[in-house]
Design a protein around this ligand. Structure first.
Ligand code: FES
Length: 90
């Protein structure tokens, strides 16, 4: 058995671009994540991941980062999927 004490960090962008593009719905993760993963996953709200400004015309906001992986056009489902992948759950 693997001794994995590292937590997966989930950074949910609370910046304006992400928020207006639907990031508000991601608030749900604050309830779902602790229920589903306990303390294996931590949620960190961030102001802007700096991803919206790279190419805002084709913005794929809202953005969430699961460890180093960027989830674009983030929805609750897509974020959960990325966390499961991180944790090796399929
Ligand atoms: S507002 Fe989300 S990456 Fe900038």
């Amino acid at each position: 058995m693997e001794n994995n004490t590292e937590k997966v960090s989930v950074k949910v962008c609370m910046g304006t671009t992400c928020f207006v593009m639907g990031g508000g719905n991601l608030q749900e993760l604050n309830e779902i994540i602790p229920k589903k993963y306990g303390d294996k996953v931590e949620i960190l709200p961030v102001n802007c991941l700096g991803l919206c400004s790279i190419n805002w015309e084709y913005s794929k906001a809202p953005y969430v980062k699961v460890d180093d992986e960027v989830v674009n056009e983030a929805t609750v489902e897509r974020v959960i999927e990325a966390i499961d992948k991180r944790l090796g759950i399929n």
